[in-house]
Design a binder for this molecule. Structure first.
Ligand code: CS2
Length: 492
């Protein structure tokens, strides 16, 4: 199929494909987004697309901080792309028009800083994944030895990292007398607004103590809870969607029907009327965040490591196995839920049951390998915070410990059949070296990995209830494999 999706093609799309209900030429840029991956395009960009007809000020300029892939795909399409919502009931297609322009940051540093400095830009949103904050995952503090941070502090005007771009743009705005934008992180970090604020303040302080004070006092960083499962797009997705559209889309995004966005309402420079698109504005996101990070993402990571080791390609494949369903239900019901504070009006039982259905969605090919990525950055908020709360209550942590042990087994880089695992993690090389040193013994492997304090902090390695249960689970994984451990870890 040679024709490409673009503005001129919109009128010719099949009638059942929804498309922008506004004049794209009339929209301004109110938002700069950093990290234009599939998640942003299936979540924040869709909520924004919903409100542009009523308020055209809030178009998005989206930057990728590393690769030109998204630019190459969307530039010839005038920034348009297809959102495919898939479930057992079928597929609904919609063309999203809220992204006005894509910038590849490394080759257009100055243009990106220019838009970020423009007074019309009132919000900077981010989905740069956990590692993009260049912080220490166990403490949430800026990692001042991170190579990108070292670079950005030395070359303020040509940053590479998200904190580097944001602080430089804030510095210029301040110099020009332009009020700071609101920084809205949409990543799965604990207390994500507070974490990004801490990182930015420290970075700014290292540039100049005055700037540090300015960021601390003047920049609003509301916390958010974001939720939508968005697996990587496959070539089959591209082909199927092109067939339905009648034109090619180089990079559609595929997602589930469920979507949720909860935001603290602190936007001194204004914001889109996202509530009309279903966003919940609250004064404190923490209960929502704990509910989501611990129930959804904690289960996801557990499924990812155990599922991958058991030979399951996708989450839905693992959740077609009753032993996995039992483990995940037990994890959520018995170990995670008692640590949660109820978000106002939430029905946790309904939430947990909905999660099981979402994980089982056979129309989403969400690879266990994809979720397994960057475990060193994910474990602290997904599993270890829960572990700490449980230990404090002197309550059992068996299923949580099995998830942690499965991560340890996974980062050895060798699967149960002796084949290599492609471990993607900023700490992969270090973890692999520790695993090699441990030479396959559960006890020494666990010991080596407990000492990684960026993951486990100083407290957990000293608690024998934690180290003992994880080591026992790891020994079991080595002795009898993941699939069998999943079925008999709780009730032999
Ligand atoms: C997943 C998340 O890849 C992962 O680590 O757990 O991306 C998850 O799909 C989203 O947080 C769902 O909202």
């Amino acid at each position: 199929m040679s024709d490409r999706l673009n503005d001129d093609m919109l009128p010719d799309l099949p009638a059942d494909v929804r498309r922008p209900a506004y004049d794209r030429r009339a929209i301004g840029t109110g938002i700069v987004h950093l990290g234009v991956g599939a998640f942003h395009r299936a979540h924040q960009a869709v909520y924004t697309d919903d409100v542009l007809a009523q308020d055209p000020r809030w178009g998005i300029v989206a930057a990728s901080l590393r690769s030109p892939d998204t630019y190459d795909a969307l530039q010839p399409q005038d920034g348009l792309y297809t959102l495919s919502v898939r479930s057992q009931e079928g597929e609904a297609l919609r063309v999203i028009g809220s992204i006005r322009r894509v910038i590849v940051a490394p080759r257009e540093i100055e243009s990106l800083l220019e838009v970020m400095t423009d007074p019309q830009t009132r919000i900077v949103t981010l989905t740069v994944t956990e590692k993009g904050y260049c912080h220490d995952p166990a403490t949430g503090a800026l990692n001042e030895a991170h190579p990108d941070i070292v670079h950005d502090l030395a070359y303020l005007r040509t940053p590479k990292s998200a904190p580097g771009f944001i602080v430089e743009a804030l510095r210029r705005r301040r110099m020009n007398g332009v009020p700071p934008f609101t920084v809205l992180t949409c990543d799965n970090l604990p207390a994500n607004g507070r974490t990004v604020k801490r990182v930015l303040t420290r970075f700014a302080e290292l540039v100049d103590p005055e700037l540090g004070r300015f960021v601390a006092e003047e920049v609003s960083c509301p916390s958010t809870m974001v939720d939508r499962i968005v697996p990587a797009t496959s070539d089959q997705d591209r082909e199927r969607i092109a067939q339905s559209l009648g034109v090619a889309d180089a990079w559609p995004v595929v997602t589930e029907p469920f979507t949720q966005w909860v935001i603290e309402d602190r936007f001194p420079q204004g914001r889109p009327g996202w509530e009309k698109a279903g966003v919940e504005f609250v004064s404190d996101v923490e209960p929502y965040e704990h509910m989501k990070l611990r129930l959804l993402n904690g289960s996801h990571s557990t499924l990812a490591y155990l599922g991958y080791l058991s030979g399951y390609e996708t989450v839905a494949d693992a959740m077609a196995d009753e032993a996995f369903v039992r483990l995940i239900r037990g994890l959520m019901d018995e170990e995670v839920t008692p640590t949660l504070h109820m978000p106002p009006g939430a029905d946790l039982e309904a939430y947990r049951s909905a999660l099981v259905t979402r994980f089982r969605n056979p129309a989403l090919k969400h690879r266990t390998w994809q979720i397994a990525m960057d475990g060193s950055q994910k474990l602290p908020q997904r599993l270890l915070g829960t572990v700490r709360d449980r230990l404090q209550a002197d309550a059992p942590i068996r299923r949580l410990a099995l998830g942690v042990a499965a991560w340890m087994r996974y980062v050895t880089g060798i699967d149960e059949k002796g084949a290599a695992i492609d471990v993607r993690d900023p700490m992969a090389a270090r973890l692999r070296a520790l695993a090699d040193r441990a030479a396959g013994s559960a006890e020494s492997l666990a010991g080596e990995l407990f000492a990684v304090r960026e993951v486990f902090g100083d407290d957990l390695p000293r608690d024998p209830r934690f180290t003992g249960t994880v080591t026992e689970a790891l020994a079991r994984l080595f002795a009898q494999g993941a699939r069998r451990t999943v079925s008999d870890w709780i009730e032999p």
